[in-house]
Design a protein around this ligand. Structure first.
Ligand code: UGA
Length: 451
């Protein structure tokens, strides 16, 4: 089977490279000339573990990336649309997908054989079977299921481990318009033996994607709410609280040896600075807007977003409860990306915190192993000192927020204890060993450890 993949962003490029590595013949299409030039040299425009190497191995062999949509469509059997679906005022903007679809359909006017179009971009439920189908049938007079297969195949890739997630999927979800398309997509994914394929309607496939992201976002806001309550109480420890929760038999099917049966959720879910990135905030907002447009008030989803929005304010308030005003004080922010192992700062809670600190008139020192350039470009109107050397931040500041669980910060105690043992640390990711610091508090703590 030959695949064309339109849009070489994080999802498209990962999909194209991994399918090529699995032996499929892949034609990638990218319209941005600068991006394309680098991709042809095997250089992605973003960091993703393992992607660079896989791209270099396959480019020019089973993977060809070009500007030429026409040849890519005519020479392939299945086209994956992987273009962006941003939100405007919380509502999803489908215009990139629609434009891409129209471009593909114009080319398909010159092709006789059955062609499958797969929507991989995250689109709100009913987009495919109502909005896109209408374009195909009314504007271009093709019959869905007869001339063209119209499918949905959401991705469940996490930034930082996208290649591994693609190569070792926990499930593959496909929505299909007809039996032939279903058969072809199932046979494409046979290169992942043993992986469950969940074959459903297009709208269910779309809703599965939003349900998944909204579910985890809801749990994160729940964990953060409990942590915020804990901070107001006397003598609680949020790690103990969650351990107590996770000991429930409903989190494990093996009560005798729980360690062997702990679900991934137990290691994933922790209170923190709030969720960021290009997916959770956008997808929860889009699902909430979709629900509102259907005259159903999504009270829970709205609350999830509200809790998340306030998390940086809560961090700031927590810091002020510990040490008083931060005005004119040297304050470090360690970790600027929305999560570790990524240079992506989209919707990063650290960025919001930096803005709040500048507003508080703190003298801000920022550090991140990968995201300094992106932050500098994004916050160009904010007075922030960017410090490549972690030791310098620690020695200069009297308060430090640790906002991302980068491995580089795991042994921060060594630097702190040798350079500035009296510094105050606020561990927003609950991953430092409190016993190793003189003054440390974490989210969920009602007071400083050792006070
Ligand atoms: C998320 C989903 O986890 C993927 O399954 C999905 O495919 C992807 O969105 C997508 O829609 O493309 P991602 O945004 O890469 O993946 O990152 P996560 O690791 O899930 O983290 C999202 C945010 O939640 C990060 O800011 C992270 O720090 C935060 N988070 C995560 C918490 O604040 N607390 C937690 O307990 C877990």
């Amino acid at each position: 089977m030959s695949l064309s993949i339109i849009g070489m962003g994080y999802v498209g490029l990962t999909t194209a490279t991994c399918f090529a590595a699995k032996g499929q013949n892949v034609l990638g299409v990218e319209v941005n000339r600068d991006k394309l030039k680098n991709l042809k040299l095997g250089i992605p425009s973003f960091h993703e573990d393992g992607l660079n190497k896989l791209l270099l191995t396959n480019i020019g062999k089973s993977l060809h990336i070009s500007y030429d949509l026409n040849s890519a469509i005519l020479e392939s059997d299945i086209s994956f649309i992987c273009v962006g679906t941003p939100t405007i005022d919380g509502e999803i903007d489908l215009s990139f997908v629609k434009n891409c679809l129209r471009d593909i359909l114009s080319i398909l006017k010159n092709k006789d054989s059955f062609h499958i179009i797969v929507i991989k971009s995250t689109v709100v439920p009913n987009s495919t079977d109502i909005v896109f189908k209408k374009i195909i049938e009314e504007e271009f007079q093709f019959k869905v299921g007869k001339d063209i297969g119209l499918c949905v195949n959401p991705e469940f890739l996490r930034e930082g481990s996208a290649v591994d997630d693609f190569m070792n999927p926990d499930r593959v979800v496909i929505g299909t318009s007809d039996e032939l398309s279903e058969k072809k997509l199932i046979s494409l994914y046979e290169c992942f033996p043993g992986v469950p394929i969940i074959s459903v309607s297009n709208s269910s496939a779309e809703l599965i994607k939003y349900t998944s992201n909204s579910f985890f976002a809801t749990l994160i806001s729940f964990a953060n709410e409990i942590s915020n309550i804990s901070e107001k109480l006397y003598d609680t420890n949020i790690i103990d609280v969650f351990e107590g929760l996770f000991a429930d038999r409903r989190f494990s099917n093996n009560q005798k040896d729980r360690a062997k049966a702990l679900p991934g959720l137990v290691t994933y879910l922790k209170p923190g600075p709030g969720f960021g990135g290009s997916c959770f905030p956008k997808d929860v907002k889009a699902l909430a807007a979709c629900s509102t447009s259907l005259s159903f008030e999504p009270s829970l989803l709205n609350a999830v977003l509200k809790v998340n929005e306030f998390q940086p304010y809560n961090l700031l308030e927590h810091a002020k409860r510990l040490v008083g005003s931060l005005s004119k004080r040297k304050v470090g922010v360690l970790g600027l990306s929305f999560k570790s192992n990524s240079d992506d700062i989209r919707e990063s809670k650290s960025i919001e915190l930096v803005k709040l600190l500048v507003h508080e008139k703190a003298i801000v020192y920022a550090h991140d192993p990968m995201a300094m350039k992106n932050t500098r470009d994004f916050l160009k109107n904010y007075s922030v000192n960017y410090e490549e050397d972690l030791q310098k931040v620690v020695s200069k500041c009297d308060f430090v927020f640790v906002c991302v669980d980068w491995p580089e910060y795991k042994n921060l105690d060594v630097v702190v204890n040798s350079l500035n043992p009296n510094i105050f640390i606020l561990d927003a990711k609950l991953f430092l060993d409190k016993r190793k610091y003189k003054h440390i508090a974490a989210v969920g703590d009602c007071r400083l450890a050792h006070d």
